[in-house]
Write a protein that binds this ligand. Structure first.
Ligand code: HEC
Length: 171
């Protein structure tokens, strides 16, 4: 009888401790979140931290289905295709990405998350299929729009992005 009473008292102590820990954790999360928001956390003037970028890039990689990642560019990279893609890029993408893909534009300067330099290793290392998927579907919570172009126009843009480091070598 006494043992059972002791066991149930111990159990009650444990549930109280678990309850209090959960309450403390919730309060801490609320304080941190409001601290973050009150320190202009959502202003586009603040650039995301490396930690936020690391999480966002990982989430983006996970969000692309594996059959989309392995898709190959069906177009031959002829100069006609690249000339057409260049026009498309200047008309629709250069406002943010700049004609040379560097992302150094007046619009990009005020954007957060930033417009990446398309020459960067982490972009050029994406597969053709990943580039296609990103251009077609855009990236939520960023300024990167989805595009309703026919697939061959998107593939021609993928080919153009692959050419950027050759057409506009960085110093
Ligand atoms: C309104 C501005 C804007 C326009 C217009 C725009 N982009 Fe972007 N783009 C962005 C931003 C912002 C990102 C960064 C997204 C992120 O943080 O993941 C981005 C990212 C990308 C990426 C890299 C994705 C990654 O891993 O970050 C590619 C490739 C790209 N854009 C291609 C294009 C192409 C091609 C066009 C034109 C058809 C285009 N973009 C038009 C803003 C823009």
């Amino acid at each position: 009888m006494a043992e059972r009473l002791l066991a149930s008292t111990n159990q009650m102590r444990l549930s109280t401790a678990v309850f209090l820990t959960v309450v403390v954790l919730i309060v801490l999360v609320l304080i941190t979140t409001s601290g973050f928001l009150l320190s202009q956390g959502l202003s586009a003037r603040n650039k995301p931290s490396n930690f936020e970028y690391a999480i966002a890039n990982r989430a983006l990689a996970i969000s692309i289905p594996s059959n989309a990642k392995t898709a190959q560019n069906p177009l031959q990279q002829t100069s006609d295709i690249l000339t057409g893609a260049k026009k498309e890029f200047v008309d629709h993408c250069a406002v943010c990405h700049a004609e040379d893909g560097s992302g150094k534009t007046e619009t990009a300067r005020g954007m957060s998350p930033e417009v990446p330099d398309l020459h960067a290793d982490h972009i050029q290392k994406l597969t053709d299929g990943e580039l296609f998927y990103i251009i077609k579907n855009g990236v939520r919570f960023t300024g990167m729009p989805a595009w309703d172009f026919p697939d061959d126009r998107i593939w021609s843009l993928v080919a153009l992005i692959r050419e950027l480091p050759k057409s506009y070598p960085t110093k």
